[in-house]
Ligand binder design. Structure first.
Ligand code: HMG
Ligand code: MG
Length: 297
């Protein structure tokens, strides 16, 4: 049955802006604040990763220091290892996320280690977080395909998701990193993972590269999944490829959910404005059909 309510995990300030031209820290702070005011309760605010790998996230401490902390909001950060975790704690992150992959090749390229090694590095992060009563979210990348290896076995996806869950992640977010999934594949993948991790602890994290993300989400909602990751204005993609798309746009997800009678607690007008404002600092406008339509009114 369809969920009555869906939690949106807003990843625009992190997943989006990590793949855009550099944005001034003031604009990042304004974006996070605007998203909070629009009703987003979970905002992935930055990443404590190597600045050599992802220079766009190097100012994450300044972003955390500058934002308004609205009540009932979670301001989260990506942390690949203990060094990142300690920086996230110092910056005042409420929650952290570790990120693994279902593809060996992607794990090597993204975090410079094998899947097995990545799990070894995550264990002390989870322990340190638990010692502080901080929750840890887990990502699995390449759940519907890998840019290096191509097809990814559903068993591999389910195996890594189950590991992260068993290690103590309260939620496992399933990433279609390159947006190649299609609806029936997405359903089969979710069903394989849900056999290992309870559905209420799963989230969908679909990129819209091939325009399939909303269709994939719609096909999975009747299976009971109730947490969706998305980025305002469809932020992300690639700073050097003008047409490249990022995460599914939050505006599009919210419009669809509200149309289906599913509550999100988000004010669509304020959300659209938040996306339009941050795009002033980018080389493109919002990559959300809903935002484009609303802004043209
Ligand atoms: P490494 O080079 O193997 O690490 O990188 P290392 O431990 O050998 O350290 C190398 C250097 O990095 C050292 O500095 C460390 O101090 C530094 P140096 O001595 O050379 O000056 N370092 C750090 N600096 C800042 N913060 C840290 C940190 N750790 C080490 N936390 C590492 C390993 C994981 C650090 C690196 O590969 C990395 O930062 N990778 C991050 C890549 C990334 O951020 N990717 C994007 C996010 S994942 C994603 O977008 C997918 C997702 O959205 C889901 C989906 O869509 O599928 C989540
Ligand atoms: Mg992503």
């Amino acid at each position: 049955a369809l969920p009555k309510q869906v939690k949106i995990v807003e990843v625009g300030p992190r997943d989006g802006l990590q793949n855009e031209l550099a944005v001034p820290v003031e604009a990042k702070i304004a974006l996070v604040n605007a998203l909070g005011h629009a009703g987003l309760t979970y905002i992935e605010t930055g990443a404590f990763v190597s600045p050599k790998w992802v220079p766009q996230m190097a100012d994450s401490s300044d972003v955390f220091a500058g934002i308004e902390r609205l009540a009932g909001r979670t301001y989260a950060a990506l942390t690949p290892n203990l060094k990142g975790f300690e920086a996230a704690v110092a910056a005042g992150a409420d929650e952290v996320a570790i990120f693994g992959a279902a593809s060996e090749a992607f794990s090597q390229k993204n975090i410079n280690c094998s899947i097995a090694e990545s799990l070894e590095r995550f264990a002390p992060v989870i322990a340190a977080a638990q010692a502080r009563n901080m929750r840890v979210r887990g990502y699995v990348s390449c759940v519907l395909g890998c840019p290096y290896q191509g097809e990814v076995a559903l068993d591999d996806v389910a195996w890594v998701a189950e590991k992260l869950w068993q290690m103590g992640c309260y939620e496992v977010s399933l990433g279609d990193t390159i947006g190649v999934g299609t609806p029936l594949h997405a359903q089969r993948m979710l069903s394989a993972v849900a056999a290992k991790v309870p559905m209420e602890h799963l989230a969908l994290h679909f990129h819209n590269t091939y325009g399939q993300a909303l269709a994939n989400i719609a096909s999975c909602l009747p299976m009971g999944v109730a947490t969706i990751d998305s980025a305002v204005a469809g932020l992300g993609g690639c700073p050097y490829a003008k047409g490249a798309s990022g995460n599914v746009a939050t505006e599009d997800v919210v419009f669809m959910l509200h149309g289906m009678g599913i509550d999100t607690g988000i004010n669509l007008n304020q959300l659209v404005q938040a996306g339009a404002d941050v795009c002033q600092h980018l080389n493109h406008g919002p990559r959300s059909n809903v935002a484009i339509a609303e802004l043209a009114k």
